[in-house]
Design a protein around this ligand. Sequence first.
Ligand SMILES: Nc1ncnc2c1ncn2[C@@H]1O[C@H](COP(=O)(O)OP(=O)(O)OP(=O)(O)O)[C@@H](O)[C@H]1O
Length: 582
Amino acid sequence: MRNFRVLKDFFIRNKWYYFFGIVWLLLVDILQLLVPEILRRFTDQLQANLLSASEILIYSLYIVAIGFGIALFRFLWRIFIIGTSRRLEYELRNKLFSHLLDLSTNYYTHHKTGDLMAHATNDINAVRMALGPGIVMLTDAIFITVIAIAMMVLTTDWKLTLLALIPLPFLAFTISKFGKVINKRFKAVQEAFSVLTDTVQESFSGIRVVKSFLQEDAEIKKFSKKNTLVYEKNMKLVKLYGMFFPLVHFVSAISFLIVIGYGGTLVIYGDISLGDFIAFEAYLALLVWPMMAIGWVINVLQRGSASMERLNRIFNENPEIVDAEDTKELPAMKGEISFEKVSFKYPGSNEYAIKDFSLHIASGKSIGLIGRTGSGKSTIATLLLRLYPVHEGTIEIDGHDINKIKLKSLRHQIGYVDQDSFLFSTTIAENIAFGVDEATAEEIKGVAKIAEVHDNIMDFPQGYQTYVGERGVTLSGGQKQRVSIARALIKKPKILILDDSLSAVDTDTEEKILGALKGDLRDKTSIIIAHRISTIKDCDEIIVLDEGRIVEQGTHNQLLSNQKLYYDIYQKQLLEERIAKD
Ligand SMILES: Nc1ncnc2c1ncn2[C@@H]1O[C@H](COP(=O)(O)OP(=O)(O)OP(=O)(O)O)[C@@H](O)[C@H]1O
């Protein structure tokens, strides 16, 4: 129960819903408990020949009225309690999603998306079950058990009650034992099913690879194996259910048997009336359900509590990067950047990705970053965006330590085109306008033109309203890169970072984009990361990185005359170009 403490605020806000929900629930129980009383009187009066036709009609009306009452109050408690638990699920899911988005990028390196999805679905559902249906069943079971047993003792016979109740604890015990195994097998079904879903998803998203490697049969076999596993796990569950219900009926039938035997004798000897006997059987029938429910309730509450514990662990996770108290807005950046002796290791890594990196970039200048793969180029970009905390050295923008600038203010003014050029499954227009609150069609078109992707977009029948991804067209790598560039430009950032963002376009298009960008970049500081020299040769300064350190620095011509690493890369690329042309 301690795990649910974080929901205190929710319970306080919704206390009246729970209170009245429980009132309606108890009214249903009271009405249900009235039925045996009516049966008792009816039977006794019928047996004594005291009933007239109009009285039979009145009894029938009682039963109908009780039926109506039960229907009405059942409707109400469902709305009040189950409705509230659905609201809890809604609020928890929102809270979890926004909390997860607040966490630093590093969190996602160590947690699998599949696990996070499981928290958002299974765990939240388990908490909802505990605090909705779980509470209902618990209240219901306790109330009905206490009142039904009290009525059996008070109105009929305590010895008969005691005898009739003997099998019921066994029933509760059997159900709780079965419940545990059912739970385990149900979980196994879910796990097998989730493995199956993963397999299907991977086969579909890698369909081109599957087909080009002629792996259809192998994939079908793999699928069939996983599917067999789901079937087998389901069959185990079916068998268990197959035994469970007959066993429940068998154990409860023993109670009825005892009542028929001993209760019947009491009626014959006149110790209790026939009405008492009928009412007693009806109370006993009411008791079977709470006995079944108790085992289930314990399971549901335990699962809910375990799930809440897992969710609390996520809620207690703090984002590594937050605005400290002394951070301030930097509303209008000039774009002067300075790295001072920055060294950086990724969390959990022993190797420095960046070592002693010092660089000053005057506002409005363009910097080209080049180096072998893994030399630390992208790391420079992520550090400037403060996606990871820097502990050694300082990074400043306009003379302000980036740790002292509000994150929103910092990231809002940096346009970042990442290496993956990830696009969302929505329209091209919405993808371009992703980083701004509002954008006119003209603005979207303007940046698409600079990024040299406007003509491509207009070739699609639906133009800017074309859907990207699974529901729409598949853009080529180069088209994706250019849409991502447009997405960064529309923010009108003061600093623009292109991380290998022109690698998938040919050199002619690259030239056109760089030409168009030139005008736009005049008042921006730009960092262009590339593998191809053609992308960065016109930058004001080029930095050559190797194993996280600056090994060369200067303009294109200066670096060529140095005849070191840059020169080697240049020669190699010239040769490659020549071979490609021949
Ligand atoms: N999230 C991460 N966790 C741990 N190590 C990382 C992480 N990201 C990158 N690295 C490591 O840091 C080093 C620098 O990587 P970085 O991505 O900056 O290189 P890069 O020069 O941009 O490479 P490429 O040209 O292939 O994009 C590499 O050794 C890489 O393996």
